[in-house]
Design a protein around this ligand. Structure first.
Ligand SMILES: NC(=O)c1ccc[n+]([C@@H]2O[C@H](COP(=O)([O-])OP(=O)(O)OC[C@H]3O[C@@H](n4cnc5c(N)ncnc54)[C@H](OP(=O)(O)O)[C@@H]3O)[C@@H](O)[C@H]2O)c1
Length: 241
């Protein structure tokens, strides 16, 4: 079986790069670069290494998710202190991404919100989960001050977000790879940042959860993802199996 793709969105892999290591990064990292650099306005990190600390902070809600984990690393490498969340089970995995502070999101709403506030203020807020629950937490966080946050997804109840609080979301990776205005950033990503990250292993996806059965497992993969059964893993199927 062969997949069709635009040449500009493909990458030659080094022999030592695994399929899961690269497939787990290419789309989710494009999402992060678009959300944080195009939409939020964060300067990008260097192709290799880290920027000196800016003294500023970003909140990445959902650091144990596939997108959130990469956002933690990207913003950290860009010189930001990153406050993020994880369950206790995934804490040690999230720690490896070098955030400045991790909050256990399984605690009660008021405790989580207090701890987020105590560790701010934030230059930007990125909710990498985008559910009704997380949206409500972001709204509670901003209730007194107002402000905006970026999210990965619309969710039921968004229409009730009070005036003065703005939830913004987009098909982020699509903006990066398809809009002419961002051609330079896409070239930086595909020709410099992503190849360097894959070669040096400086930024990595969540550990792989392989499903057997090739494309016949596609529905099972979707059921796992949409049923909230994935914790700190990235789901893969091999279409050639
Ligand atoms: N707009 C875009 O361009 C774009 C692109 C990619 C993905 N997305 C969307 O982004 C969302 C996340 O995708 P993903 O693949 O990164 O997710 P994922 O890895 O499947 O997310 C699972 C993780 O989310 C965490 N989580 C679940 N509920 C949480 C909560 N209430 N608070 C904090 N953490 C919570 C869990 O953490 P623990 O296990 O530690 O509890 C779990 O590890 C999805 O809605 C997806 O559709 C949007």
């Amino acid at each position: 079986m062969y997949a069709l793709a635009l040449e500009q969105n493909t990458l030659r892999l080094e022999p030592e790069t695994t399929f899961a290591g690269s497939a787990g990064l290419i789309a989710n990292l494009a999402t992060v670069i678009s959300a944080l650099t195009i939409y939020m306005g964060l300067p990008k990190p260097p192709v290799a290494g880290k920027k000196p600390p800016t003294g500023k902070k970003i909140l990445v809600y959902g650091g144990s998710s596939a997108v959130g984990g990469l956002a933690v690393q990207y913003a950290t490498d860009a010189g930001y202190g990153v406050v993020t969340t994880s369950s206790a089970a995934n804490r040690s995995m999230v720690e490896k991404r070098n955030p400045s502070h991790i909050i256990d999101h399984s605690r009660p709403d008021e405790d989580v919100i207090r701890e987020i506030r105590e560790n701010g203020p934030y230059e930007g807020i990125f909710d990498a989960i985008g559910s009704t629950t997380t949206t409500q937490r972001m709204v509670a966080l901003l209730r007194e001050t107002g402000g905006r946050f970026f999210s990965t997804s619309p969710s039921p109840g968004d229409e009730a977000i009070p005036a003065g609080i703005e939830k913004l979301w987009a098909g982020y990776s699509e903006t990066l790879v398809s809009q002419a205005a961002h051609r330079e950033l896409r070239t930086w990503y595909m020709d410099a940042y992503l190849p360097a990250a894959l070669k040096k292993g400086t930024i990595w996806p969540n550990p792989a959860l392989w499903l057997e059965g090739g494309l016949n497992s596609a529905q099972k993969a979707l059921d796992l993802l949409y049923g909230d059964h994935i914790s700190g893993r990235k789901v893969f199927i091999n279409p050639q199996e």
